[in-house]
Design a binder for this molecule. Structure first.
Ligand code: ATP
Ligand code: MG
Ligand code: MG
Ligand code: MG
Length: 477
């Protein structure tokens, strides 16, 4: 089933059940405190908070999203894109748990011939919040899901809040079991990649305040108008329905993997590290293209910096695949052709996007040649001295004078079996920031603190506060 068809069926299913079909908002977040639209709920925040009355009681959409938080996962897990599309159905004080759960099940398990997604019920598991007896009872008694495929999890996994006082509540997530070839039994609670999260149903049931931590806050009251916010990963359903191994191999993305393979002369599937690089390229080219479509241009701060980073990481990945010259001229049109059926507005914009991409690639290739020479010398010198750490001031010089990003320095050093004196680098960065701040004050110009964008947090530190970590990550300072 093509990705476009999955989207069409989802929108149709909920339109048939009284939902207004709402077009996707821009990737540039309509909420001014956020850099990007990180989830389907972002454009609906005023309705969910109740600050603006919702113009419709039910809505359905396919929202373009960017999650830079997931950038390190890209190509390594089967399921994380920096750009992805979140299908969602919404109740603004209208229906609640029972309809949300029953409809989700109906759409997933109705046969393809009858307009559904045709999942075998035996392949589906769900999680519910530990105290949410109501949701569990609906899954077990009304849907008929066997009790041993319903797992209860705690606040970290199955409780939704923004981190701010306001609406919050339990959620229930639906997982697809890829089978024993992908890992051990035990269900999604194991956290194993065998179980792919496809759909999150959020039940905004309470108003909370005095948030001390993700598990410790005051419930002010049960909301008189409860909301439903759901998010289904379009690419995730697509990869499962298309019988491929991961989201990068779906119809909307795979052609770029093939182009990267052609350009590099390396076969996809022959070498694990090369495969990761090709998947990274396929993801980042698409994300960069969609960001430029929404008006973002490469720069050194804010959204433009995220775009620049995606483009540079693509260049870097192509070089690691052995391609020294420019590749965007070949890769972008391939991504455009894979995406333009869903986003026809790409076609008239593709010349503008291509020019931006080519200019960025050209300047970064120059940077790379200069920076690589300096770094190679530094690596040799480090080795000759019998040391294991590239000096922090070398990393800083590369960053500051040559525009050579720190993540690249870290990567190159790691490939040479060395580390980088990160503490010294961070100190120099901090000093530079303080200087810049003082300068800006002197000049009375506003200056954004970019540390939040360059410091992509390590895996494992990110599982705090549900969406609020995504919000914090992309908050405009
Ligand atoms: P995961 O645990 O797999 O990282 P999540 O819990 O962070 O997913 P949610 O915030 O619940 O995801 O988002 C709702 C849905 O959006 C998910 O169930 C998934 O199908 C999809 N989704 C989330 N992040 C991504 C991503 N980076 N790439 C593709 N799809 C995603
Ligand atoms: Mg996630
Ligand atoms: Mg999850
Ligand atoms: Mg989730």
């Amino acid at each position: 089933m093509e990705t476009a068809e999955i989207r069409r069926r989802y929108l149709q299913f909920f339109a048939d059940r009284g939902h207004t079909v709402v077009p996707s908002a821009s990737l540039v977040s309509p909420d001014p405190s956020l850099l990007f639209t990180v989830a389907g709920m972002v454009p609906f925040i005023p309705y969910l908070n109740g600050t603006v009355p919702a113009p419709y009681p039910r809505a359905v959409d396919s929202q373009k999203c960017i999650r830079t938080l997931d950038i390190e996962e890209v190509g390594r897990t089967p399921r994380h894109g920096t750009f992805f599309q979140m299908l969602g159905n919404w109740s603004f004080g209208d229906y609640f748990k029972q309809d949300a759960i029953r409809w989700a099940w109906e759409l997933l398990t109705t046969s393809e011939a009858d307009g559904g997604f045709g999942f075998d019920p035996k392949d589906l598991w769900v999680t519910v919040f530990q105290d949410d007896d109501e949701a569990e009872a609906i899954w077990r008694d009304e849907v008929g899901l066997p009790a041993d495929r319903i797992q209860r999890l705690g606040y970290a996994d199955n409780y939704w809040m923004t981190g701010q006082p306001g609406p919050a509540g339990p959620d229930s997530e639906i997982f697809f079991d890829r089978g024993p070839a992908y890992g051990a039994d035990g269900g999604p609670a194991t956290g194993d990649d065998r179980y792919v999260e496809i759909w999150n149903l959020v039940f905004m049931q309470y108003e909370i305040a005095n948030i001390r931590s993700k598990e410790d806050f005051d419930v002010v009251r049960e909301l008189p108008n409860k909301n439903v916010d759901t998010g289904m990963g379009l690419e995730r359903v697509a990869f499962i329905k298309q019988g491929v191994e991961n989201i990068y191999e779906i119809d909307q993305i795979r052609p770029v993997i093939d182009a990267a393979s052609r350009l590099s002369g390396r076969a996809y599937g022959a070498n694990a590290e090369d495969d990761v690089r090709m998947r990274v390229v396929s993801d980042h080219i698409r994300s960069a293209m969609m960001l430029m479509l929404d008006g973002v241009t490469p720069s050194n701060e804010g959204r433009g910096y995220v775009l620049r980073r995606l483009l540079r990481r693509s260049v870097r990945a192509m070089r690691l695949l052995g391609v020294e010259g420019a590749t965007f001229g070949e890769l972008f049109p391939v991504s455009r052709d894979a995406m333009s059926a869903a986003y026809p507005e790409l076609l008239p914009e593709s010349g503008r996007i291509q020019r931006l991409a080519d200019a960025e690639e050209e300047s970064f290739l120059k940077t790379l040649v200069g920076g690589t020479a300096i770094l190679d010398t530094a690596i040799e010198r480090t080795r000759a001295a019998g040391a294991e750490q590239v000096a922090g001031d070398t990393a800083f010089l590369l960053h500051d004078t040559y525009g050579f990003p720190i993540d690249l320095t870290l990567e190159v050093a790691e490939e040479a079996g060395l580390t980088v004196d990160r503490a010294a680098f961070d100190r120099l960065m901090q000093e530079q920031r303080s200087r810049a701040k003082a300068d800006a004050k002197a000049k009375k110009t506003a200056l954004a603190d970019l540390s939040v964008y360059s410091d992509f947090r390590a895996k494992g530190e990110t599982a705090f506060l549900g969406y609020s970590e995504l919000v914090a990550e992309s908050r405009v300072l």
